[in-house]
Design a protein around this ligand. Structure first.
Ligand SMILES: *Cc1c(COP(=O)(O)O)cnc(C)c1O
Length: 362
């Protein structure tokens, strides 16, 4: 018997996560200098990281001989979110906290509900525990909350919701999310993943952290990877009732967020100028990209994130032709959308280069 045959059957059944192609990999494959490559594949911030965060990270390098102390970041996140410090769980990226929630509540014989075309980490986190994944059909490419509610079984312990959703960009108006929370059984945890929260227009955004006192089964997840520009540092967090946060902390690795990430996140939270510039750039870029896609006659899904998903037909071929031009976008066949590609909104020149390359690739 091979070693692999001794592995847990539900682990062997998992299909691996497919990340956006690294720039260095395409550079090696195509012989293109890495500085000529445009990566719009992983919803990273085209402005880079906040200058304040950069300074803080550089300063924190002297100090890496010490184990990290999460206290200051937890305190700041709690204060900003208006929750108690014991309601914050830090993660090595928010993917880490998704995994922690799964490990607290899921196991073989239990189930989690997620929506077709929703974020790939929910199936990963679910299936790695041996729990069953219940997938509900999408509605206009987004979550169908009524279908998700109906899919909840007695053994269901988690419902995963991404708002806005990745890779489709769909947004559920908050009154609908709140009505869903009212209707869900109180002993089912609802994970509200708000990785793109800061890109929602201020008139549509709602302070969901304040809902936790009404819904102790609600877990809100946010990240420093997107608008804060710290994807490579790996830091995110969950906000939950003290009871759930305590359980998540029991399975959390004690030093899951490193010194540099803590320093960067602390400074990024205070860099309002960078946040505003990132938000504004994204609004302008969205207009530019959507106009460009329309000019090419392509169907797209209206997005509330920092990316747009558009339909090209033979996405594998179009993607290959983009790669040859040094442009990396995200094929999303693994999300059940084989005819579509997802592009991250870049700077104005980056968006222009992408649209030009796409025109040639079609
Ligand atoms: C990018 C993303 C995250 C964040 O992942 P990190 O681990 O924080 O980098 C979480 N959820 C969704 C839906 C995302 O698209």
């Amino acid at each position: 018997m091979s070693l692999a045959e001794h592995a847990l059957s539900y682990v062997r059944a998992i299909s691996p996560y497919q990340p956006g192609k690294p720039m260095t990999e395409l550079a090696r494959e195509m012989g293109i200098p890495v500085e000529n490559i445009l990566k719009l594949a992983s919803n990273e911030n085209p402005l880079g990281m906040s200058p304040k965060a950069k300074k803080a990270v550089e300063a924190a390098i002297s100090g890496v001989e010490r184990y990290p102390d999460q206290f200051e970041l937890i305190a700041k996140v709690a204060e900003r979110a208006g929750v108690a410090q014991n309601q914050v769980v830090l993660g090595n990226g928010s993917n880490d906290v998704l995994d922690l929630i799964a490990r607290v509540f899921l196991a073989p014989g239990r189930s989690a509900v997620f929506a077709q075309h929703a974020f790939a980490v929910y199936p990963l986190a679910t299936l790695s525990t041996g729990a069953e994944l219940i997938s509900t059909p999408a509605k206009n490419y987004g979550h169908d909350l009524a279908a998700m509610l109906a899919a909840i079984r007695p053994d269901t312990r988690i419902v995963w919701i991404a708002n806005p959703n990745n890779p489709t960009g769909n947004f559920l108006p908050y009154p609908e999310v709140r009505a869903f929370l009212e209707a869900v059984p109180k002993d089912v945890v609802v994970v509200l993943d708000e990785a793109y929260n800061e890109y929602i227009s201020p008139d549509e955004r709602v302070d969901t952290a304040s809902w936790i006192k009404d819904f102790p089964n609600l877990v809100v997840c946010r990240t420093f990877s997107k608008i804060y520009g710290l994807a490579g540092l790996r830091v995110g967090y969950a906000l939950a009732s003290g009871e759930i946060a305590d359980l998540m902390n029991r399975v959390r690795q004690p030093f899951n967020v490193n010194n540099l990430a803590i320093a960067g996140a602390l400074a990024a939270l205070d860099d309002h100028e960078f946040l505003n510039a990132s938000y504004e750039l994204n609004c302008r870029g969205m207009v530019q990209l959507v106009a460009g896609l329309q000019a090419l006659g392509l169907e797209y899904i209206p997005s509330h994130g920092n990316f747009v998903t558009f339909k090209v037909g033979d996405a594998a071929t179009v993607n290959q032709k983009l790669l040859k031009q040094g442009v990396i976008v995200r094929p999303i066949g693994g999300y059940g959308l084989p005819d579509w590609l997802r592009v991250t909104i870049g700077s104005a020149p980056e968006n222009a280069r992408f649209l030009d390359a796409l025109g040639k690739a079609l």
